[in-house]
Design a protein around this ligand. Structure first.
Ligand code: KIV
Ligand code: NA
Length: 263
């Protein structure tokens, strides 16, 4: 398989083909997901919840992220690897750069950070220094206490307008892709149409350029309450390979997310 690069993602968007992303935290699943056709492996800080058992992503450290990023990188040959900068790792531009370098050296090809237009200077600084950026807007779990819970974002006219402006500012600053989490379907569509770069949705409706889910959720492994935007792809599958192939197929043919997964 040819390596997935930022050009691959732009080409998929231009062709109207949906981009597939799943979270991944180890070498074995990296190899499995890649052979099943997943284009982007996200080493998400959700690993603090699904792997380490914390009740939020806040305790995750850069060292945790580097360990899991290196593990995924050893298992993947062609997929793009995106790694999250965790809570507290990008409060200033200098710390953002130093920590992003550590994750790139661990094997990431792109770094994801949570936040809106206030992050634009950070995005510019990192991209100018050779670090591609995936922005993450809408429900940003590292801000759970500031948001007052895991709630759908962008429901009011003002917050929807703000989210759209955030996306444009991050694109202008050099972001390669934008993850949008838990926002109304119509807003996901508007932002996707307003941007020239791909959007990846999780609970952001079917009109995004691609989709992402946490692997434990889509395999029915995580014991917590199932979020509205999750579909368990192990239902009807006889192997994990089949479930992941089913996810890739459902994203590509537009059958996931369905109305029942959207806000
Ligand atoms: O950490 C994570 O799993 C994520 C996705 C939910 C986008 O950031
Ligand atoms: Na994350």
């Amino acid at each position: 398989n040819k390596a997935v690069t930022i050009h691959t993602l732009a080409a998929l968007r231009a062709a109207g083909e949906k981009i597939t992303m799943l979270t991944c935290y180890d070498a074995s699943f990296a190899s499995l997901m890649e052979r099943c056709g997943v284009e982007i492996l996200l080493v998400g800080d959700s690993l603090g919840m699904v792997c380490a058992g914390h009740n939020s992503t806040l305790p995750v450290t850069v060292a945790d992220m580097a360990y899991h990023t290196a593990s995924v990188a050893r298992g993947a040959k062609s997929a793009m690897i995106v790694a999250d900068l965790p809570f507290g790792a990008y409060g200033t531009i200098e710390t953002a750069y130093a920590n992003a370098v550590l994750l790139m050296q661990a094997g990431a090809h792109m770094i994801k950070i949570e936040g809106g237009a206030w992050l634009a200077p950070t995005v510019r600084f990192l991209t100018e220094r050779g670090i591609p950026i995936c922005a993450h807007i809408g429900l940003t779990p590292q801000s759970v206490h500031q948001l007052g819970g895991y709630k759908v974002q962008g429901k009011s006219t003002e917050s929807a307008e703000e989210l759209k402006n955030d996306a444009l500012a991050l694109q202008e600053a050099g972001a390669s892709i934008v993850v949008m989490e838990a926002i109304p379907t119509q807003l996901g569509r508007e932002v996707t149409q307003a941007l020239a770069i791909p959007t990846i949705g999780i609970g952001a409706g079917p009109y995004c350029s691609g989709q992402v889910l946490v692997m434990h959720d889509m395999l029915g492994v995580f014991p917590g309450r199932k979020a509205r935007f999750v579909r368990n792809f192990m239902e009807g599958a006889t192997s994990i390979d089949q479930a992941v192939i089913g996810y890739v197929r459902a994203v590509k043919d537009g059958s996931f997310p369905a109305l029942e997964h959207c806000f």
